[in-house]
Design a protein around this ligand. Structure first.
Ligand code: NAD
Length: 370
């Protein structure tokens, strides 16, 4: 198992060495010949802003193809049909999409709706016998996340989370450097994740649909990033909340949270999650013998960074194109990404986010992993 993982990592690392002009899909075929294997036929649920970004990115996928839609807005369905050549028989709404079970032309459903809807929608997808790809956060708490993992297991389908950074070449290079101990023993990580949110009536500021505030939406990048940058699971969490606008950020909708983790090795993490500041997309990892600084670190890119050895120079890719090609490889070939993107991985972040909210509420240090 370990040697297979090493082998896959080696292939991935060498694939990333291909110059930036290479088409993203080709990076992972390990060959220049056109891809002729199975293609993952995907329906997107939720035709909003991120759904549109994914659909556009999928135009250049080799192993995945957008073939269906699920939406509550008939005019959007018609637009997408025209734009992406989607046949009528692959179009569903939120009432009738369970019928997707009888559609052999759809393999997977990518759920890109507000966070509070993910659990029920993913479980319906699983019960319809289709693989579920779900946007982050996978759910609004760990209890929901567990139900999703169990439902997908019971249905014998895969549950994958849209952690696009787990495939991003510069991020993968940093993880390689850390694993190769090029930074020495990891001592500290700082993650800054935030932006200034606009329209106060949007679902992201509605506790029921969002599950919280900035932490659920953007802070999760620092939570997840802390884990893959340090390469350990936290054993304790502390957190503090600041609210400057209680009208816009109602109870249960966090504006700014600072949080800290401790890891078994003694490494510590300090992060900021906010809906009240722009230009906040930065990771800093410090080891005894080196450092990595990334800014932007999780935005759509180009991801930029430098280490004690010089700038990060891995290829610039469209994250969602690479993600969907890699997810197809994961589903069809059992290929393992450098950092997992499965439901268990999504659940780990939710357990930590639950602990962050508990730490804010109680003012106490919350122990994890026992
Ligand atoms: P959005 O508001 O632009 O789109 C949401 C879509 O869901 C809309 O088409 C809307 O019509 C539909 N919808 C269905 N039921 C709804 C309801 N009851 N209330 C409101 N909308 C409803 O949001 P988005 O930015 O596309 O975000 C969707 C999901 O994608 C979220 O989970 C978000 O966290 C995630 N996301 C991920 C990334 C990433 O980089 N991985 C980026 C942006 C968003």
């Amino acid at each position: 198992m370990e040697s297979r993982r090493k082998f896959l990592e080696k292939i991935t690392a060498s694939a990333f060495a291909i110059p930036a002009m290479t088409r993203p899909g080709q990076l992972f075929s390990n060959t220049k010949t056109p891809y002729e294997g199975p293609v993952l036929k995907v329906a997107i649920m939720g035709l909003g802003s991120y759904g549109t970004r994914v659909a556009e990115a999928m135009k250049t996928c080799e192993r995945a193809k957008l073939v269906g839609v699920i939406s509550g807005t008939p005019s959007k369905i018609t637009d997408w049909q025209a734009k992406y050549g989607i046949p009528e028989k692959n179009c569903y709404n939120y009432q009738n999409f369970d019928a997707i079970r009888d559609n052999p032309d759809i393999d997977a459903v990518y759920v890109i709706t507000p966070n509070g809807l993910h659990k029920d929608q993913v479980i319906r997808v699983a019960k319809a016998g289709k693989h579920a790809i779900c946007e982050k956060p996978m759910a609004i708490n760990a209890k929901e996340g567990k139900e999703m993992v169990e439902a997908c297991k019971a249905a014998g389908v895969k549950l994958l989370v849209g952690y696009r950074m787990h495939f991003e070449p510069n991020t993968v290079e940093v993880i390689r450097m850390r694993k190769a101990r090029e930074l020495g023993q990891i001592m500290f990580f700082q993650g800054l994740s935030g932006f200034t949110i606009g329209d106060p009536s949007q679902w992201r500021l509605n506790k029921k649909l969002a599950g919280g505030g900035a932490m659920m939406d953007i802070g999760i990048y620092s939570v997840n990033g802390a884990r893959y940058m340090v390469g350990e699971e936290p054993i304790w969490v502390t957190a503090q909340e600041t609210k400057t606008d209680p009208v816009k950020f109602k109870p249960g909708v966090d504006e700014t949270i600072q949080f800290q983790f401790g890891f078994p090795s003694g490494a510590v993490v300090s992060c900021l999650s906010t809906y009240s500041m722009n230009n906040l997309d930065r990771f800093y990892l410090n080891g005894r013998e080196g450092f990595v600084e990334m800014q932007p670190s999780t935005g759509y890119g180009p991801i930029k960074g430098r280490t004690h050895k010089g700038p990060l120079t891995e290829p610039i890719v469209t994250h969602q194109t690479l993600q969907m090609d890699e997810m197809a490889a994961l589903i069809f070939d059992g290929k393992q990404p450098v950092v997992p993107v499965d439901g268990e991985e999504g659940l780990k972040d939710l357990v930590i986010i639950d602990a962050i909210y508990k730490a804010v509420k109680t003012g106490k240090k919350i122990k994890l992993g026992s």
